[in-house]
Every structure is written in structure tokens, then in C-alpha cells.
Design a protein around this ligand. Structure first.
Ligand code: S3P
Length: 164
């Protein structure tokens, strides 16, 4: 079976939905950010602070390719994985890509107390608005589009499985 790859902006619930989907389908889930942290041996904020975003994007692409090649997994990704066209092409080629979206208001509510996402440092609401604008359309390439706003986890999982 092809991989099922979940993409979407930070806070759209990729990891939570991926875990529930993994349970429902009986397929292993791997989270790209968790793999980066384990392989690099340090947290994402530390990686950004000490090595810079460009380094983070390089290792993100490298581990994405490795995970995609393992096959038959649910792969949850970080929101910025779509910033490189090569990653988009690899995901489309080696997976069924599902994009999760959530309203701006709901995203700000979910992320307002977040401390683990370096790109939100300095004011969550402002940063979310800016990044949403910068990334407008970036997730549209995914053939399966799921708006999670106001939906239960069960409903989201059912909607995705109906598409698979
Ligand atoms: C990022 C999203 C994060 C993480 C990193 C960068 C982004 O993952 O990869 O902080 O550029 O959108 P989540 O989408 O799981 O928060």
C-alpha cells in the first residue's frame, strides 16, 4: 500500500489525526518531526536556534525521503515540509497526500500557549496570520482536502478513510 501522508499548517491536528488514523487502519504512524528530533538528538527549537532554519529544512527533506521509501505508513509531517517543491513531488509520487486545514481563529486558539514552535516565537496570533498569508495555496496540491474546523476526531478520520 502507498503511504498516507498528512500535510497542513501547524495546529491543524496532523499528529493527532495521524495517530487515530493509524489505529483505525492498523497501519504504523511515523511523525517526521519526531524522527528529526530522535536522529538529530535535539529539540526543534534548539535545532532552529543552533543550526538555523535552512539546516532544519535540509534534514527535514532528507528524513522525509527516508520515511517515504519505507512505504505503507501513515506519515505526519511538519507544516513547512511543503516549502520545497522536491518534497511536494516526492510526497505525491510515494504517497496519498491528505491536507488538513483549520480556520485561522481556531488555529490561533489552539496554538496561543505553544512554546515548541520556533516560527511562532514573538506573538502567536501575529505569526500565525503572517505565515498563513505566506503559505496561502501551499497545501492545495494535495488531492484530498479536509477542513477539520469544528469536527470531531472520529468525523475527520471517517472523512479521510472514505477518500482512501
Ligand atoms: C513548522 C512546523 C512544525 C515544525 C517546525 C516548522 C513549519 O511542525 O516542523 O516548527 O514550518 O510550519 P507542526 O506543523 O507539526 O507544528
Amino acid at each position: 500500500m502507498k503511504n498516507v501522508v498528512l500535510v497542513g499548517f501547524m495546529g491543524t491536528g496532523k499528529t493527532t489525526v495521524g495517530a487515530a488514523l493509524s489505529e483505525a487502519l492498523g497501519i504504523v504512524q511515523k511523525d517526521l518531526d519526531e524522527v528529526i528530533v530522535a536522529k538529530e538528538g535535539c529539540s526543534i527549537p534548539t535545532l532552529f536556534a543552533e543550526r538555523g532554519e535552512a539546516y532544519f529544512r535540509d534534514v527535514e527533506s532528507k528524513y522525509l525521503d527516508e520515511l517515504l521509501d519505507e512505504g505503507s505508513q501513515i506519515l505526519t509531517t511538519g507544516g513547512g515540509v511543503v516549502l520545497r517543491q522536491q518534497n511536494v513531488e516526492s510526497m505525491l509520487q510515494k504517497g496519498i497526500v491528505v491536507a488538513l486545514s483549520t480556520s485561522e481563529e481556531e488555529l490561533i486558539k489552539r496554538l496561543e500557549n505553544d512554546t515548541g514552535r520556533p516560527l511562532l516565537a514573538g506573538g502567536v496570533a501575529e505569526r500565525v496570520r503572517t505565515l498563513l498569508q505566506q503559505r496561502a495555496g501551499a497545501y492545495d496540491f494535495a488531492p484530498i482536502q479536509i477542513d477539520t474546523t469544528g469536527k470531531s476526531l472520529e468525523a475527520i478520520v471517517a472523512e479521510i478513510t472514505n477518500h482512501l
